[in-house]
Design a protein around this ligand. Structure first.
Ligand code: ATP
Ligand code: MG
Length: 571
């Protein structure tokens, strides 16, 4: 491809709304253009990257026995009413619309309902199972905060696969196969990633795992053991009780703490160990108005875990000042579990402390030397805090490390979550109708473009992994219009590379200085750069620079193809 005939719309200016490197570089490199919030066009060079990822995903899905199909993006409300998700799917994410007959539809954010409708009509007997259908297609989710470019878009490309089985054993086999397939896809793209245990969220089901590309800009925190295999999204990672050295219980004391409302204030005011304080968080209950959640002063509440506890309302909602004043008669910063007339749920670690400090349920007073057994014996224990760096790993192997990750894939064992309400059955070996077991497997194809850049860039631009680079090679002739030798050598090499099936971009722009061409080549991240100049051509040489190291070497002109073939592993 010749740049003079290609839409290469690079720009120097930093886009104002782009907070992270991948978003900035995709705009500056002319890969994407924003049409509306969270809605992007893939320009030709951007689409090449997207297609490369799609190709890898498609090859690996086919290799794993997947059957590609394509479902509509517009879905009728009736299917979502059948599954029970029309009014329940992640409040607000579902973009609903009406047709000219005032019938309700939505733009598909995911396709469990549609595929279950297909499966219940097309599959009749257990003998047809297992099957695994997939598509690579457009999704729409009306995200509350679209940001980071294609990373959290509203319209995006997902590979979504759905498997159907006669029994759970078969489901588990395909789930493992998809786990291995995702591993191969991410290995082939060349990214550093972790597979972690995950929450099932609004998709539902029992087991689930996420695949995270590791990057500091990631929105998720993942916890993994320094020694064992344990790895989990922090949303779900089990936090074990941290034991403080044992102490003899002392007698509770009430002390004046004028104006001291936060844990930091109290720790300073009483010169106390923060690990011997507790925070009391009042949330809305499920079958009672309010519930108190108690965590150690230096720990933080995990909302995902808390809202799953019986008696706590989901989504987790903090009580406001007025509700707290009405129920307890003091402000938020003075609450504690002693004589509190609410159900109390103490975190595992908070429940092990002796002689702790907490609010006295009276403005400007706290208790010290509080002990659960003697001072507030009515409570339940649960895991409700976030795991932290250095905590013991829940599998007993080593300690926990935290890293940021970008969720690029998510696999679920759904079981009968959709097949029962939607009556998707097959006949078993006794001729009896039995609900199918189901799995689903999502991969963020367009998000992967952003994730790959987050892991592979420098101050000059993108450094595409060769597997997904829009072009493998860029040729930059210097002052070609003044030198016949350069023009000739350039067209010879260009043609020879094309003949070898190499994807080459020839920067033949007459109106751009070499400096601009070099900057553009680095910005758009082409892995292999050749510069053809008069001096080199006279010596039968060409300058070769890999984008990843930036170290230039001279190659004999007639060895370009063979040496490149070796680097690209074409031979
Ligand atoms: P997130 O927690 O990031 O919102 P999710 O858990 O809601 O994602 P899934 O329903 O598991 O997403 O969708 C499968 C995959 O689709 C995700 O792993 C992610 O890679 C991709 N994806 C989800 N939402 C978006 C989005 N708004 N923009 C781009 N890709 C997305
Ligand atoms: Mg997910």
């Amino acid at each position: 491809m010749k740049v003079s005939q290609y839409t290469l719309s690079t720009q120097k200016e930093m886009p104002a709304d782009a907070e992270i490197a991948s978003h900035q570089l995709l705009i500056r490199g002319g890969f994407i253009r924003k049409l509306a919030s969270g809605i992007y066009t893939w320009l030709p060079i951007g689409l090449r990257v997207l297609r490369k990822i799609e190709d890898i995903v498609r090859q690996e899905m086919n290799q794993a026995g997947g059957q590609e199909l394509m479902m509509p993006v517009i879905q009728p409300a009736e299917l979502w009413q059948e599954s029970g998700r029309w009014n329940q799917y992640d409040e607000g994410l579902l973009l609903k619309l009406k047709d000219r007959h005032q019938r309700d539809f939505c733009f598909g954010p995911t396709h469990e309902e549609v595929i279950t409708e297909i499966a219940r009509n097309e599959l009749k007997s257990h003998k047809q199972l297992p099957v695994n259908y997939y598509q690579i297609h457009t999704k729409f989710r009306d995200e509350t905060r679209p940001r980071f470019g294609v990373m959290r878009a509203r319209e995006f490309i997902m590979k979504d696969a759905y498997s159907f089985h006669a029994d759970t054993e078969s489901l588990q086999q395909t789930y493992q196969l998809m786990h291995d397939t995702y591993t191969r896809i991410l290995d082939r793209i060349g990214l550093e990633y972790r597979a972690v245990l995950a929450d099932t969220g609004s998709i539902g089901g029992s087991a689930s795992m996420e695949f995270h590309v590791l990057a500091d800009s990631g929105e998720d925190l993942i916890a993994f053991s320094s020694q064992g295999d344990y790895a989990a999204n922090i949303e779900l990672a089990e936090a074990v009780a941290v034991q403080l050295p044992e102490e003899k219980p002392l007698k509770i004391e009430k002390i004046a703490t004028p104006g001291q409302r936060t844990i930091q204030n109290i720790v300073q005011f009483l010169n106390a160990d923060i690990r011997k304080t507790v925070k009391s968080l009042i949330v809305i209950g499920d079958n009672q108005p309010l519930v108190a959640l108690i965590v150690r002063g230096d720990h933080t509440l995990n909302t995902f875990k808390a809202e799953k506890i019986a008696g706590v309302a989901a989504p987790l909602t903090m009580a406001d000042e007025d509700q707290i004043q009405a129920a307890i008669g003091c402000p938020v910063g003075s609450i504690g579990p002693v004589s509190l007339k609410l159900p109390i749920i103490a975190d595992r670690s908070a429940a092990t402390i002796s002689n702790f400090i907490c609010g006295a349920n009276e403005d400007d007073f706290h208790f010290t030397n509080v002990n659960w057994q003697s001072d507030c014996p009515e409570y339940e224990i649960a895991d409700i805090r976030n795991i932290e760096q250095g905590d013991a790993s829940p599998d007993g192997n080593g300690s926990i490390q935290l890293k940021r990750g970008i969720e690029v894939g998510h696999i679920f064992q759904l079981g009968e979550k959709y097949s029962i309400p939607m009556n998707a059955t097959v006949l078993d070996e006794n001729g009896k109708a039995k609900p199918m077991q189901m799995g689903c497997y999502g991969m963020g194809v367009s998000r992967l473009v952003g994730a790959a850049i987050e892991q592979n860039h420098d101050k000059s631009g993108i450094i595409w992994p060769i597997s997904i680079a829009p072009f493998q090679v860029i040729l930059i002739p210097i002052n070609a219009h003044k030198s016949v030798a350069v023009t000739d050598a350039t067209s010879r090499i260009y043609q020879a590379l094309l003949d070898d099936g190499i994807e080459v971009l020839l920067d033949d722009r007459d109106n751009q200085r070499p400096g601009v061409k070099f900057a553009d080549a680095e910005l758009i991240g082409i892995p292999h750069r050749f510069v053809i100049g008069d001096r080199g051509v006279n010596k039968n040489e060409i300058e070769y620079t890999p984008r990843s190291t930036g170290e230039t070497e001279n190659w004999p002109l007639d060895e370009v193809n063979s040496r490149l073939a070796e680097i690209l592993q074409l031979v």
